[in-house]
Design a protein around this ligand. Structure first.
Ligand code: R5P
Length: 301
């Protein structure tokens, strides 16, 4: 079976971890920009009838999508059997409704675009809120794995007497499951967002946990405001500076530094490459790829 993994530039670390855990060979290709900024793609491996997966860590997605789609089209022209996308962080999931008149519901448009291009999709903890399942918007086999177990394992290995705290209602799904898997208590705070960088969090009743290590768990850290505000409330209530775990560290410019400046320890998975990466998703992703390749195998007569 000819299986090849194509790793988008700059993503070699997770790519190597994945290759080490799967029966995929490394796909060889060149991707660069012409002087006018257009993408140049050249596939160097023999991909005829190959089952191909592309690893694309999708932070700053707009810079990556066109080169990705050019690579997919090139692979198809060269005769691949199937081409799937491993996007550990799935971009464009948060604009899942028209918040203001005239806005685009880009979560749906992005899903439509990818569904037209690739045969399957694998991701980790996509931001499912008003969209409840990827199948509502993706028309291809799309598997969402969860980083709950890897996060719980990290907690067991690194934190003494943790109490897991979800900074808002949406984070409850991770906080509760991580705490259950790690065997520790958990709480969820309530959050109101007044603007991109203006987030207010209710004062929690956490007195009973003052001798525990607070661990804030959320799917995404973007500006860091949610974590910073939650941490400030916990500290005002007598707790120590929390460990902040984000599945996906998107980190708007300066966000990580701002969090560190107020004494927060920030830990993320390697869904997006960053210095805060401490939780390796390669075992989870290789399991997901195996599952998807079986599931999306075309039926034989
Ligand atoms: C919200 O919908 C997400 O679950 C995160 O809470 C949010 O994206 C965090 O954003 P920020 O770091 O900008 O507060």
């Amino acid at each position: 079976m000819n299986r090849q993994l194509f790793v988008m530039p700059g993503q070699e670390r997770l790519g190597q971890n994945l290759l080490a855990r799967s029966d995929f060979q490394s796909g060889n290709f060149e991707l660069r920009r012409f002087p006018d900024g257009e993408s140049h793609v050249r596939v160097l491996s023999d991909v005829r009838n190959a089952d191909v997966a592309i690893l694309c860590q999708m932070h700053h997605p707009d810079d990556k999508i066109l080169p990705l789609l050019m690579l997919v089209s090139t692979l198809r022209d060269l005769g691949v059997r199937r081409v799937g996308l491993i996007a550990p962080y799935l971009a464009y999931m948060r604009q899942d409704k028209r918040f203001h008149d005239g806005e685009g519901i880009t979560a749906r448009y992005f899903a439509r675009l990818l569904s037209q291009q690739v045969d399957w999709l694998l991701t980790v903890d996509p931001h499912l809120h008003r969209i409840h399942a990827l199948s509502e918007v993706y028309s291809i086999p799309a598997l969402a794995m969860t980083a709950v177990q890897p996060i719980a394992q990290w907690l067991r290995d690194h934190v003494t007497k943790p109490v897991v705290i979800g900074p808002d209602g949406e984070s409850e799904q991770w906080a509760a499951r991580v705490a259950q898997a790690a065997g520790c208590p958990w709480e969820v705070l309530t959050k109101e967002r007044f603007g991109d960088r203006d987030v207010r969090i209710s004062l929690p009743h956490v007195e009973q946990y003052v001798d525990c290590t607070p661990v804030l768990v959320d799917d995404i850290i973007s500006t860091g405001r949610t974590m910073i505000q939650a941490a400030a409330h916990l500290q005002a209530a007598g707790m120590s500076a929390p460990v902040c775990i984000g599945v996906h560290g998107i980190f708007a410019e300066g966000a990580l530094q701002e969090m560190q400046a107020v004494g927060l320890r920030v830990v993320t998975s390697n869904s997006i490459p960053d210095v805060s990466n401490q939780i390796d998703l390669a075992p989870l992703l290789s399991e997901g790829v195996r599952h998807l390749l079986c599931e999306s195998e075309p039926a034989r007569d």
